[in-house]
Design a protein around this ligand. Structure first.
Ligand code: GLN
Length: 469
């Protein structure tokens, strides 16, 4: 059978009724996934065998009724290799599921594989992956974005019902969503449990869905959110049904346009996003000019806080407990350095060195503590803005998906600067959604909608109204 024009909601409806031969559906799905894999390398692992086992136990009356779910490789999956894109975790097979994964499975989702990412999430283009670089299915000479690049690329490439679980520390859901022309929903920090997430930077990491439509993302968020005693930073909020924000109008919704987020933007991106904003006005939203004066300080603050946290988190990969191990020779510190020198990539090393420096006695006050103070000011900027408006609208990324040959020319600092529009909202821990709003040179452009803490409803409602229009 041909399942290629089936939406997620039709799949669920028909599967529940027993109108879909689930074995046939999944064999067609894996055949396509394997073909996509050959061309674009979106997966580190395709878990066909494990999926088969789950299908035999599937409850057809469950919420997702057998829907394929791909999972970013830094989210632990029981019995399926989870490397976070790093050689140092090659062959690591977690004995447990991350809470978001177990919620997905309990809801009847079938885990189909683990998607490619930058090593531990360190990157914007997925070019820092130890397991091959994912290619953008719209133009394979271009990046899928990062760090959830495989998730974005595969969500775009597969023409069958599917939802991805991605993860963002400083923009890793929004960026690939924008570059691949799909929807990426980053929840409020603490809304979705981080239990079982291989951390990059604990105070920033958030798991969230990527999908073809706003409603599919809202559905997946409803499934994975909710308080989890296994994650101490998980907030005391019950799971709710976020799909109820879809299908509504946005008359009277107040949308702020942060003027700093239109500085240094590619002209086509700016034009397309501004025209998307006028469409929101046609739908009845009221726009207001807003200023976020700390915008220029977001990159330095983020790259200090994120690397400081990463440098402590990565200390555990020393060849003793899990991951890469060699024969122990010489002193322990020689052994540790040997393992880390051999199995960590260049960008991971750069970030460990940067982060260690910024938290060293003598530099801590100047760098780390100052970055934390700046973070407080950034949060305050957003707080002030959300006293006046319900949603902020801006471009997701300053450019369209770049060609690999152009990425090679970037210095690390130029590379970090690409995250200018995503790191601020990520530092503030507010929810955001990137929704496709047009193209330039045939490549997609993302409209970024930001909401106040726990106001996912507002951004889902706005993005869904825009998408329907
Ligand atoms: N590009 C940013 C970084 O390299 C964000 C990546 C992420 O969210 N994991 O840190």
């Amino acid at each position: 059978m041909d399942y290629s024009n089936l939406s997620v909601s039709d799949f669920i409806k028909e599967s529940k009724k027993g109108n879909i031969d689930i074995d046939d559906f999944h064999s067609v799905f894996f055949k396509k996934a394997e073909e996509i894999q050959k061309r674009y390398n979106h997966f580190i692992t395709i878990s066909k065998k494990e999926a088969k086992d789950s299908i035999t136990k599937l409850d057809r009356k469950s919420t997702l009724a057998g829907l394929p779910i791909s999972v970013k490789d830094n989210i632990c999956t029981r019995g399926i290799q989870s490397t976070a894109g790093s050689k140092i975790l090659e062959n690591y097979i977690p004995p447990f599921d991350a809470t978001s994964v177990s919620h997905g499975k309990e809801a009847g989702g079938i885990i189909v594989g683990k998607t490619v990412q930058d090593e531990f999430g360190f990157g914007t283009f997925s070019t820092n992956s130890a397991f091959g670089i994912p290619k953008n299915p719209i133009d394979p000479e271009r990046s899928c974005g990062g760090s959830s690049g495989g998730a974005g690329g595969f969500t775009r490439a597969i023409d069958m019902p599917h939802i991805a679980l991605g993860e963002s520390t400083g923009g890793s859901i929004s960026c690939p969503a924008s570059f691949c022309g799909v929807v990426g929903l980053t929840p409020t920090y603490g809304r979705v449990s981080r239990y079982g997430l291989i951390d990059y930077a604990n105070s920033l990491d958030k798991i969230g869905p990527m999908a073809k439509t706003v409603k599919d993302s809202a559905l997946m968020l409803s499934i994975i959110s909710g308080n989890d005693p296994l994650d101490q930073t998980s907030i005391q909020q019950k799971a709710e049904d976020f799909t109820r924000y879809c299908g509504k109008d946005i008359k009277g919704m107040k949308i702020g346009i942060p003027k700093e987020y239109f500085k240094g933007i590619d002209k086509d991106v700016e034009k397309t996003v501004r025209s998307a904003i006028s469409k929101l006005e046609e739908l009845g939203a009221k726009t207001v000019d807003i200023s976020l004066p700390t915008t220029d300080y977001a990159i330095p603050s983020y790259y200090i806080i994120a690397t400081v946290e990463a440098s402590t988190n990565l200390a555990k990969y020393c060849g003793m407990r899990y991951g890469a191990q060699d024969e122990i020779k010489g002193y322990f510190n020689e052994y540790f350095s040997g393992i880390r020198g051999k199995y960590l990539g260049e960008e991971a090393k750069r970030r460990i060195i940067l982060g260690t420096y910024a938290r060293m006695a003598g530099y801590r006050d100047q760098y780390y503590l100052k970055a934390l103070k700046v973070r407080t000011l950034i949060i305050e900027d957003f707080r002030k803005a959300f006293r006046k408006v319900d949603v902020l609208a801006a471009p997701t990324m300053p450019i369209i998906a770049p060609k690999f040959t152009d990425i090679e020319k970037l210095t690390p600092v130029e590379n970090y600067a690409m995250d200018n529009l995503t790191v601020g909202p990520n530092l503030a821990g507010i929810p955001m959604i990137s929704v496709p709003c047009g193209t330039s040179q045939n490549m997609p452009i993302g409209l970024h909608l930001l909401g106040d803490h726990l106001k996912e409803g507002n951004i889902i409602q706005t993005a869904d109204a825009f998408e329907r229009m």
